[in-house]
Design a protein around this ligand. Structure first.
Ligand code: MOS
Length: 764
C-alpha cells in the first residue's frame, strides 16, 4: 500500500527469519496493560541520559555545513582556502573534493544529486563542510568560504510548478513520475444516482517535523571501521546507507542510536551530515561531531508536503454514499518523495464508486520526507470536512452520517475483512465520552464569541510485520536483559518491550535491562516508524522471553522431578499451581547456575493471510471562536483509538495526546512560509514557526482506549497508535469551527486572517 515503503529504507522488505513457534494469546496479564512510568524516565528528564549530541570523544573535532542561501542556483566557484587559513580549522571539503560526488537522492533507478552538488535546487542544499577544533571556529570558517552563485529562477508551490513555462527543477517536466490513479465502480453513475452532491477544494500547508532533538552525528574511525552515534529512528537503515555511500562492508559500519529525541519521520534515512562527518573524520584522523543548527533542520531535513485536494461526494437521501472522487496535487520539494494523499479516502467509508488521483510535483524547496502518517492528515482535512458538509446538506448529524457508512471490508484490498474493525466503536464510544449529542444540539448563538463541536475519523493503513528478531538473556540471579534493534523514538518502546518480556518471564520490569538500537550488538530491526514498532517487534520480544521461559521450566522439571506441564512461572519462581509446596526461585535453578546465562531468540511470525489489520480512530473537538478577531481556542478534545491491546496505558495516553497536539498545530498554526520574492523560508526558527505550546493545549484532553486485543494478528494482540492519534484532529477542529460560526475554512492552518477572509467572503 502507498507510503508503507517509506519505512523500509534499504529497498525491498527483507525476508523474515524462521519464526519461532506461535504463542497462544495471553489469557490474563500482570504487567502488560498496567500504567507504568517509563524505564528511562528519570534519565530522560534529569538530563543524565546521553543523547548523540552529548557524546564527547577524545581528540574530537566539530564540524558544520555551508548551505546554499538561494532556492535555485548554480555554484560557479568555491574557494575553501580562506577557511583553511583560519586558526583551528583542520579540514574543508567542497563540490570538487574527494567524496563530493557520492550519489544522493536515489529514486526511480537513478541518483538525482550528489553529496555536494554544484546545482543547488533548494535553499539549504549542502555546498561545503568544515571541521575545526571548536564550534566557534567552525562558524567562522563557514563564513570565510567564498562561493560565487549563479542565481536561477524558481518555483515555490504546486501551482507555479505546473504553470506553462515554469522553470524545471530537473530536466523535463516538474512531475515526479506519472499521476497514480485508482478506480472502482462507476463514479459518474454514482454521482448521477446521488440525491445530494458536495464538491470542494482544500489546501494544506507544508509542515515541518520540528523534533526537539536536532539532527546530527558523532563519528569515529577505528582503522577502516566506522562507528556512528546518530539521531535516527532506524540504526540499520542508516548503516545500510552510510556503508553504501562510503563503499564499506556493513560489518564495518556500526550505528548506535540509544537515546533519541523525536523524529516523526524526519529521521528514517541517513543524513548527508553523517557522511560529511565521516569524510572529515577520515581526512583529519580525528573523531568528528556534526550537528545541525535548528535553522538548518527546517531547511534540509524534510517536511510534510503541502497538498491541494478536491473532494466530490455523492449520497442518497438516507446518507448512503454513492460516489467519491478525490484528486490531490502535492509538492515533493526538490527531489523525489511521496506527496500522495488520497489512500485513506478510498477505504474509510463504504462506497462502491470511487476514483482517486495523486499527482506529485517538484518545487525549489527542501524535499519532503514521511511525517507522522504521511498523506493521511491531509486526506482527513479534505475528506472529513467534505463529509461534514455533506451531513449538513442532508440535514444529518455528522456522526450519524459516518455510522451509516462504516465499511465492513478493506475495499481496496480484495474486500478482505478486518481482523479487528474498531471504527464504529471509536465513533460510538468517543461520542459518548465527549457528550456529542448534547454538545451538538447546543446552539452556537449570535454572540461575537461562539462555541461549536466537530468530529472526524480515520484509519492508518498498515500495522507492520516481519522481520523482527529479539534476544532475551536470563542471568543466574533471575534478572534479564532484552536486546532489540528497534529505536525508542520517544514513544516508550523500551518500556513496553520490557513489560512484554517481564510478563512472559514473570519478573518485575525493574529486573529487566534493555539494550537496543545498535547495529553492532542487537539483532536486525526495521526503522521505528509507520506506527509499526509495537505490532512488529513486541511479538518477537515475547517469543524471545518465551524461549527462555521454556528452558527455565525444562531445567526445573529435571531438578524437581516433575512433568514440565505441571510447572509455571510466578513472581520470579517456578511453581506448581496444584501443589503449593513446590516453589523454587529461578536463582536456585541448578541448571541456570551451571550455564550462567540462558539465551532465548525470538522471531516474529508472518501476518495472517486473508485479513487486513489496521488501527482506527475518531476525534471530537470543542472550540471557541472570536468572530471579530478570528482567534480560535480549542477547549477540549476526546480521542478514541482502536489500536488493539494497550500494553501500557500511560504511554498509550501519552502517544495519543501528543498526536492530538500535533494535529492542533496542523489545524491552527503550523506553516512553512516561503518569501515569493526571494524564495527563502522566512520562519525557519522555533519562534516564527508556530508549534503549539503549553498555552495552546486544551485543558481537557482525553483518550478513549478501545483496548480490544487483535489476537488473530500477532501474539501480543497489538496494532499501531502513533499515527492514527494525529490524523483526524485537524479536521475535527475545522468542523467545530464551522459548527460554531457557519464559516468553512478550506485552507490550513486556520489562522485568524484566514478565518476572517473566509468569514468575509461568506458575508459577501
Ligand atoms: Mo513515521 S512518518 O516516522 O511513522
Amino acid at each position: 500500500m502507498d507510503n508503507s515503503g517509506t519505512y523500509f529504507v534499504a529497498g525491498a522488505l527483507p525476508e523474515a527469519a524462521t519464526p519461532t513457534e506461535p504463542l497462544p494469546p495471553w489469557t490474563s496479564t500482570r504487567v502488560v496493560g498496567a500504567r507504568l512510568p517509563r524505564v528511562d524516565a528519570y534519565e530522560r528528564v534529569s538530563g543524565t541520559a546521553v543523547y548523540p549530541i552529548d557524546v564527547v570523544l577524545p581528540e574530537m573535532l566539530y564540524a558544520g555545513i555551508l548551505r546554499c542561501p538561494h532556492p535555485h542556483a548554480r555554484v560557479r566557484r568555491v574557494d575553501l582556502s580562506p577557511a583553511l587559513a583560519l586558526p583551528g580549522v583542520r579540514a574543508a571539503i567542497g563540490p570538487d573534493s574527494p567524496g563530493a560526488d557520492i550519489p544522493w537522492y536515489r529514486a526511480q533507478g537513478r541518483a538525482w544529486s550528489r553529496l555536494l552538488d554544484r546545482h543547488c535546487r533548494h535553499q539549504g542544499e549542502e555546498v561545503a563542510a568544515v571541521a575545526a577544533e571548536t564550534p566557534y571556529q567552525v562558524a567562522d570558517a563557514l563564513k570565510a568560504i567564498a562561493v560565487e552563485y549563479e542565481v536561477l529562477p524558481f518555483v515555490l508551490d504546486e501551482e507555479q510548478a505546473t504553470a506553462p513555462g515554469a522553470p524545471p527543477v530537473h530536466e523535463g517536466s516538474n512531475r515526479v513520475g506519472e499521476p497514480a490513479v485508482y478506480e472502482r465502480g462507476d463514479v459518474a453513475a454514482g454521482l448521477a444516482a446521488a440525491a445530494v452532491v458536495v464538491e470542494r477544494t482544500f489546501r494544506t500547508a507544508c509542515e515541518l517535523h520540528a523534533p526537539m532533538e536536532v539532527h546530527g552525528s558523532v563519528v569515529r574511525w577505528d582503522g577502516n571501521r566506522l562507528t556512528v552515534w546518530d539521531t535516527t529512528q532506524g540504526v540499520f537503515a542508516v548503516q545500510a546507507e552510510v556503508a553504501r555511500a562510503l563503499g564499506l562492508p556493513l560489518a564495518h559500519v556500526r550505528v548506535i542510536g540509544h537515546y533519541m529525541g523525536g523524529g516523526f519521520g524526519a529521521k528514517l534515512e541517513a543524513g548527508k551530515y553523517t557522511v560529511l562527518a565521516a569524510l572529515l573524520a577520515r581526512a583529519t584522523g580525528r573523531p568528528v561531531k556534526l550537528f545541525l543548527p535548528r535553522e538548518d533542520t527546517f531547511l534540509a531535513t524534510g517536511n510534510r508536503p503541502a497538498n491541494r485536494l478536491t473532494v466530490k461526494l455523492g449520497a442518497a437521501r438516507d446518507g448512503t454514499l454513492t460516489a467519491l472522487e478525490i484528486t490531490s496535487l502535492g509538492a515533493a520539494g526538490a527531489y523525489p518523495a511521496s506527496a500522495a494523499a488520497t489512500f485513506m479516502a478510498t477505504e474509510l467509508y463504504a462506497c462502491p464508486n470511487v476514483r482517486a488521483r495523486d499527482e506529485t510535483v517538484f518545487i525549489h524547496a527542501g524535499r519532503a520526507r514521511p511525517m507522522r502518517a504521511p498523506g493521511y492528515p491531509q486526506c482527513a482535512w479534505a475528506l472529513e470536512q467534505a463529509m461534514d458538509e455533506l451531513a449538513g446538506k442532508l440535514g444529518m448529524d455528522p456522526l450519524a452520517l459516518r455510522l451509516k457508512n462504516v465499511p465492513r471490508t478493506a475495499q481496496r484490498r480484495g474486500n478482505l475483512p478486518y481482523s479487528t474493525a474498531g471504527l464504529e466503536e471509536c465513533l460510538r464510544r468517543g461520542a459518548e465520552a465527549f457528550g456529542w449529542e448534547r454538545a451538538r444540539r447546543a446552539r452556537p448563538g449570535r454572540a461575537t464569541i461562539r462555541r461549536g463541536v466537530g468530529m472526524a475519523a480515520c484509519f492508518w493503513g498498515f500495522s507492520g510485520g516481519p522481520p523482527s528478531t529479539a534476544i532475551v538473556k536470563l542471568f543466574s540471579d533471575g534478572s534479564a536483559t532484552l536486546t532489540m534493534g528497534a529505536s525508542d523514538i520517544g514513544t516508550g518502546t523500551k518500556t513496553v518491550m520490557a513489560m512484554v518480556a517481564a510478563e512472559e518471564l514473570a519478573i518485575p520490569v525493574e529486573r529487566i535491562a534493555v539494550e537496543h538500537a545498535d547495529t553492532g550488538t542487537t539483532p536486525y530491526a526495521t526503522p521505528s516508524g509507520g506506527s509499526k514498532t509495537v505490532p512488529t517487534d513486541s511479538p518477537a520480544v515475547r517469543a524471545a522471553a518465551a524461549a527462555v521461559r521454556r528452558q527455565v521450566l525444562e531445567l526445573a522439571a529435571a531438578q524437581l522431578q516433575r512433568p514440565v506441564e505441571e510447572l509455571t512461572l510466578r513472581e520470579g519462581r517456578v511453581v506448581t499451581p496444584a501443589d503449593p509446596s513446590v516453589s523454587l526461585p529461578m536463582s536456585a535453578l541448578e541448571g541456570l547456575q551451571r550455564q550462567g546465562v540462558l539465551v532465548g531468540v525470538g522471531t516474529r511470525a508472518p501476518n495472517p493471510e486473508g485479513t487486513v489489520t489496521i488501527p482506527f480512530a475518531a476525534h471530537f473537538a470543542e472550540v471557541e471562536v472570536n468572530t471579530a478577531t478570528g482567534e480560535v481556542r480549542v477547549l477540549r478534545v476526546v480521542a478514541a483509538q482502536d489500536s488493539g491491546r494497550v500494553l501500557n496505558r500511560l504511554t498509550f495516553d501519552n502517544q495519543t495526546l501528543g498526536g492530538v497536539v500535533m494535529g492542533l498545530g496542523f489545524a491552527l498554526t503550523e506553516e512553512r512560509v516561503l518569501d515569493p520574492a526571494t524564495g527563502r523560508m522566512v520562519n525557519a526558527n522555533l519562534h516564527d514557526y508556530k508549534l503549539p505550546t503549553m498555552l495552546d493545549v486544551p485543558v481537557e484532553m482525553a483518550c478513549v482506549a478501545i483496548d480490544r486485543p487483535d489476537e488473530a494478528f500477532n501474539s501480543t494482540g497489538t496494532k499501531g497508535l502513533g499515527e492514527p492519534a494525529t490524523i483526524p484532529t485537524a479536521a475535527a477542529v475545522a468542523n467545530a469551527i464551522f459548527h460554531a460560526t457557519g464559516v468553512r475554512v478550506t485552507d490550513a492552518p486556520i489562522t485568524p486572517a484566514r478565518f476572517l477572509a473566509a468569514a468575509g467572503g461568506k458575508r459577501g
